[in-house]
Design a protein around this ligand. Structure first.
Ligand code: THU
Length: 129
């Protein structure tokens, strides 16, 4: 799948975001090595600290289906600038992929393409076998 196709999947998913507290919906689409796409959205909660980011929900869906090898993730918002993944999501992405491509796009199509290795240098890995 192309980057454009993956961004489109993230754009479709963002409609399902549950973000009544922040007013900041996020959509993600995670491309697995087997070609499957797992989407995710941020799911907020009245108890604010329980909110979960779009990227982590996409990863949880994939891992729950037995899929752990990934190529890329697209992340979209309605903001004017591309919104990079938060630190917690970078750590969770790193758990499953050290070479994932990260494609981030703003509402008006401004795109930043990077890798998780670039975004998450010097990772915490103490418990890796
Ligand atoms: N959020 C994400 O979904 N992904 C990120 O990488 C950063 C933040 C969500 C969490 C919250 O629902 C909203 O954006 C505002 O922080």
């Amino acid at each position: 799948m192309t980057d454009d196709g993956l961004v489109l999947e993230a754009r479709r998913a963002i409609a399902h975001a549950h973000a009544p507290y922040s007013g900041f919906p996020v959509g993600a689409a995670l491309l697995a090595r087997d070609g499957r796409v797992f989407t995710g959205v941020n799911v907020e909660n009245a108890s604010i600290g329980l909110s979960v980011c779009a990227e982590r929900n996409a990863i949880a869906k994939a891992v729950s289906e037995g899929v752990r090898e990934f190529e890329s993730i697209a992340i979209v918002t309605n903001a004017g600038d591309p919104t990079m993944p938060c630190g917690v999501c970078r750590q969770v992405i790193w758990e499953f992929s050290h070479d994932l491509r990260v494609i981030v796009e703003s509402n008006d199509g401004a795109r930043v393409v990077s890798t998780i290795a670039e975004l998450f240098p010097l990772p915490f890995t103490s418990y890796e076998p």
